[in-house]
Each structure stands twice: as structure tokens, then as C-alpha cells.
Ligand binder design. Sequence first.
Ligand SMILES: N[C@H](CCC[C@H](N)C(=O)O)C(=O)O
Length: 266
Amino acid sequence: MGRFSKMHGLGNDFVVIDARGAPLDMTEARARAIADRHAGIGCDQLIIIGEAADADVSMQIFNADGSEVEACGNATRCVPLFVGRDVTIRTKAGLLDARLIDGGVSVDMGVPRFDWDAIPLAYPMDTLTMGASWEDLPAPAAVNVGNPHVVFFVDDLDSVNFDRLGPLIEHDPLFPARVNVNFAQVAGDNHIRLIVWERGAGLTRACGTGACATAVAAIRRTLMRGPVTVTLPGGDLLIEWTPGGHIQMTGPATHVFDGEADWSRF
Ligand SMILES: N[C@H](CCC[C@H](N)C(=O)O)C(=O)O
């Protein structure tokens, strides 16, 4: 039997497995089965905490479709709560520092990247205002914050057909690694409303890396100076970034319950 914790960051929910001392051979199929909300435990992402030679812990991230990915902002905020102290985390995207603060967690999410081949895109293109369009959406920005994001700034977020445009753009051949699709509306000085169709998970109640990518794109486009409050369906994140620097993301993390499961059954 293996122990796990059910956790979430603003409603973006996770099954977090402690594999320190007991490495777990996770496959895409097994991750998909665990994440399944009908036949499994159910989550947006499956998170495996392991040992690391160069950090306090390692973190593996699997989307609900089973795909293993590089970064997950909301889950990164859950790790210090799970471990019980401030931690440096080894991820596929690099080393991340996460520390407990009054009422939440603050994470250094590293330096964003903007080159077309760092997003990645299938061919060279400006990533501040992309030369690509989908139906009546405006030209987006693209940002890599450990994982790939495309950001559309729209005038009326509530009029966007997320369920149609989300998967259409996620799977567009312009994005050889697929992409997380961010629909953003400027809501005031240093305030953005955001809804994210996540790569490998669909619409979620929050996306931490999406909030980072969107705030960075807004500052790059001089729509605001920051720090930026990003309001997602599940609540608010504070994103701080100045060009050339690291992104600092601050927000809540929630532990819901602990459980046990026989992973060989999935
Ligand atoms: N769907 C993302 C991973 C989870 C990101 C999100 N849950 C967050 O909080 O950053 C991807 O495929 O890159």
C-alpha cells in the first residue's frame, strides 16, 4: 500500500505521492488511471515527490492525460506544505525554491524564456505578438515558464468559447510540444482575469504557470508594470517580475486529506 495526500492550489487539484525511499515506476497509463475522476482517485495532475542529489526533494508532474511535464506552479506551492518546511525542488524545468509565508507559499519560478525555439514553436516567429491567428482571437504572446504557454488578451473573457478554442490551439502543429492556452482580460491597474485551458488537463480552476506566463506577457507588452494580481476561477495569485529577472509567485496551498492506495491496481 502507498500513502498519498490530496491537495490543491486554488482548486487546481493534485494527488501527491511520497516516493522518497520507495521509488515508484510511474507510467503514462498508470498516471492517467490514478487521475481518472470516475475509476481512479481523481486529480488535474499527479505529483510524485522523490529524493534528489542536488535539492531537498524532486518533483515529477503528470497531467490527467498521463503526459509527464516540466512545471506546475500550483503543485510547487503545495510541496512545502507536504514536506512541512521550506524546500528547494528539483524539477524537469530546473531548481525551484518554495517557502512558507503567512497565509500561503511563495515560489521563485525561475527566468521566463521567449525565443521561438524555447517555447517551443515549429518555426521562427516573434513571440511578443505572434504572427498566428485562430478565428477572431487577437494575436497572442508566447512564454515558456518551464512549460509552454500561449497568452491571448481579449476584451470580453466571458464571450470566449474555451471548450472549442482550447483544444484547437493546444493541439495546433505550431506547438510541437502542445501548449497551455491562456485567455486573459485586463481588469484594472496590475490586475488580470485569467482562464486557462491546460495542456493535458483541459479547463482547470487555476494554473500557476499560466498566471506567471500571462503576467510576464502583460508586463512585456507594457499593459502594466506589476506586481500583478491574477484572478483565476479558484482565486488570486500575486506575480512579481521585472524584465531579465526571476518570477516570484505567491498564493495559497491546501491540504485536503491523506489516503492509502495499492498503486499496482492502477
Ligand atoms: N498542464 C501543464 C502542467 C500543470 C500546470 C498547472 N496546473 C500549474 O499550476 O502551473 C502543462 O502541461 O504544462
